[in-house]
Write a protein that binds this ligand. Structure first.
Ligand SMILES: Cc1cc2nc3c(=O)[nH]c(=O)nc-3n(C[C@H](O)[C@H](O)[C@H](O)COP(=O)(O)O)c2cc1C
Length: 151
């Protein structure tokens, strides 16, 4: 059984809605045990126990939301020291851009080191059915890949 940790941060509820869609789909993969935590509740203990990490957050002021960055900052030393590279996938909510958050998050995560398992998904504007669909596809694809050991 593989362990998948989904960490999210949301102010207005947009990222939370995407995280729910992502988690619902990831949770259907039988060989994967899913844990969903808000960024301020997640720490090194949960991350060290995970085989893969899904991150869901917003772009704020051209960068990754501060609370998600805080999660990554807090866990950097213990997780970086553990050795094996953890696969991750990133889902971003943005008003109209998201590229700054993607660049920053991918740079931080590459130095962790973690490896991006799937293309980062950016959902712009109000959350739509299409966004929920993309979030679900990301969650299911990541959980399936983890289960099959292909990341
Ligand atoms: C303080 C703040 C800064 C923001 N900066 C950006 C930005 O730089 N680029 C962008 O596309 N959207 C920006 N947004 C919009 C959010 O990314 C967008 O509303 C997102 O869906 C919010 O998700 P959340 O409320 O779940 O965190 C900003 C929102 C806030 C509150």
């Amino acid at each position: 059984m593989k362990s998948l940790l989904l960490v999210y941060h949301s102010q207005s509820g947009a990222s939370a809605e995407l995280a729910r869609a992502c988690a619902a789909a990831a949770g259907t993969v039988t060989g994967v045990q899913l844990q969903v935590l808000r960024a301020w509740d997640a720490g090194s203990r949960e991350l060290l126990a995970a085989d893969g990490l899904l991150l869901v957050a917003a772009e704020n002021s051209g960068a990754l939301s501060g609370t998600m960055k805080d999660f990554l900052d807090r866990t950097f030393y213990p997780v970086g020291a553990r050795g094996p590279v953890l696969p991750y996938a990133l889902l971003l909510s943005a008003g109209n851009d998201g590229r700054g958050a993607r660049r920053q998050a991918e740079t931080i995560l590459s130095g962790y080191p973690m490896k991006r398992a799937l293309e980062t998904v950016i959902c712009r504007g109000e959350v739509t059915a299409s966004h929920r669909q993309r979030a679900a596809e990301l969650g299911e694809a990541f959980a399936t890949g983890l289960d099959m050991g292909i990341f």
